[in-house]
Design a protein around this ligand. Structure first.
Ligand SMILES: NC(=O)C1=CN([C@@H]2O[C@H](COP(=O)(O)OP(=O)(O)OC[C@H]3O[C@@H](n4cnc5c(N)ncnc54)[C@H](OP(=O)(O)O)[C@@H]3O)[C@@H](O)[C@H]2O)C=CC1
Ligand SMILES: O=C(O)/C=C\C(=O)CC(=O)O
Length: 354
């Protein structure tokens, strides 16, 4: 065995974790040195955002409830204007990756500190990655200005996340950790987090399916999401994330479901080129077959979709998706081979067990 050699960056970020930890919100805003928080949410989560604003009392600048998936530039501009008009000196994003993403778009422009309160397992709160959609094209970038300064993980807030969304969102998180395990810039610290994060979600998702309001399972899932999101924020992603961005961006497929369906096939593609990563995934999921099969079974057995054709992908578009995936070559354990990637997409479309 060779002695490892790696670079590890740590970033300053404060995490407050635990059931009921939302009660510490005012204290955390104060610790940020902020006086007027703009609370962000989707339209559907407005009541939750109003509850947060009530908790902040005079320190709430207002509620902006128009977060939507993939952060359209028009929404980002509107939110930035509202933040300026209301004199906000920080933003509180309560919701999933879409709401956190809106907070990041504000921070990118203004440097306003973000306090994130995640209610899904997407993991955006742990990354300096932002995404903004303009003229139908989603552009992503990395800037430490957008990394939320404080994250409050309160499992009680995800008790109402529907089981189907919980399972696909949890597998979205697993995808970050799985690709982190074979990243070109991986390191042993991220490997530990990745394996632990996958194991936590592997335990939590079946438990949530059985008992959606199980507090321990919700806590385990959020803990796993935190670890997996940290991996996403620290090391580079590969084929799987590229495919999902292509499918989501060009064919408008839903984010977490697409990750859930594609991941087993991306792992099968990379299996021989990344055997140590695959071993760790199987171990974390207590699987008996391959890593690809363990992830596929986790999805299927918990009621998640396993075929792209079931979430709106047309078979006729698979050739184009393959072309997009081959553009701008990026690091991946196995070189990108046209015929094999086209076959991967076909398998994902049909939903075959890898
Ligand atoms: N930059 C980064 O590092 C990352 C960015 N992302 C981005 O984040 C987005 C995906 O995030 P994701 O969390 O999956 O999507 P959303 O934030 O859109 O949330 C997904 C679904 O969960 C629902 N939901 C969220 N919280 C609750 C709750 N407490 N109770 C009931 N339902 C709830 C939402 O409902 P409703 O719409 O009703 O609120 C929505 O339908 C994508 O745009 C993706 O690109 C994802 C990962 C990392
Ligand atoms: O697209 C973004 O907003 C940035 C990253 C991700 O979405 C990561 C992912 O694919 O889950």
């Amino acid at each position: 065995m060779t002695t490892p050699s790696f670079v590890y960056n740590s970033v300053p970020q404060r995490v407050v974790f635990g059931a009921g930890s939302l009660q510490h919100l005012a204290r955390e805003i104060d610790a940020l040195g902020a006086r007027r928080a703009l609370v962000l949410s989707t339209p559907e989560q407005r009541l939750q955002a109003e509850r947060v604003a009530d908790m902040l009392g005079a320190h709430a600048a207002g509620v902006f409830d128009r977060a939507v998936m993939h952060v359209p530039i028009e929404t980002a501009r509107e939110a930035r204007e509202v933040a300026t008009r209301l004199g906000a000196d920080c933003a509180v994003a309560i919701g999933g990756g879409s709401t956190t993403g809106l907070g990041k778009a504000i921070a990118l422009d203004s440097g306003l500190p973000i306090l994130a309160i995640p209610t899904t397992y997407a993991g955006s709160e742990m990354t300096p990655i932002y995404g903004i959609t303009e003229a139908g094209m989603k552009k992503t970038g990395k800037d430490f200005k957008v990394l939320p300064r404080t994250v409050i993980y309160d499992p009680e807030l995800s008790l109402g996340l529907p089981v189907g969304m919980s399972v696909t969102s949890g597998i979205n998180a697993i995808a970050h950790a799985a690709e982190g395990l074979y990243a070109v810039d991986s390191n042993p610290i991220m490997d530990l987090m990745a394996q632990e994060g996958i194991a936590a979600l592997g335990r939590a998702l079946p438990a949530i399916r059985a008992t959606p309001k199980d507090p321990d399972a919700r806590s385990d899932a959020l803990y796993g999401a935190w670890l997996c999101g940290t991996v996403l924020g620290n090391v580079g992603m590969a084929l799987h994330h590229k495919l999902c961005h292509t499918l989501g961006g060009s064919f408008n497929l839903p984010h977490a479901e697409t990750h859930t369906i594609v991941l087993p096939h991306a792992l099968a593609y990379n299996a021989e080129a990344a055997p140590r990563a695959m071993e760790r995934i199987v171990k974390a999921l207590e699987g008996s077959g391959s890593a690809a099969q363990a992830v596929y079974d986790l999805a299927r057995d918990n009621g998640a979709p396993v075929a792209l054709r079931d979430i709106g992908m047309k078979e006729a578009d698979l050739d184009l998706a393959c072309e997009h995936a081959l553009k701008n070559q990026y690091p991946n354990p196995r070189p990108l081979e046209r015929a094999a990637i086209r076959a991967l997409l076909q398998n994902a479309w049909e939903g075959v067990r890898p």
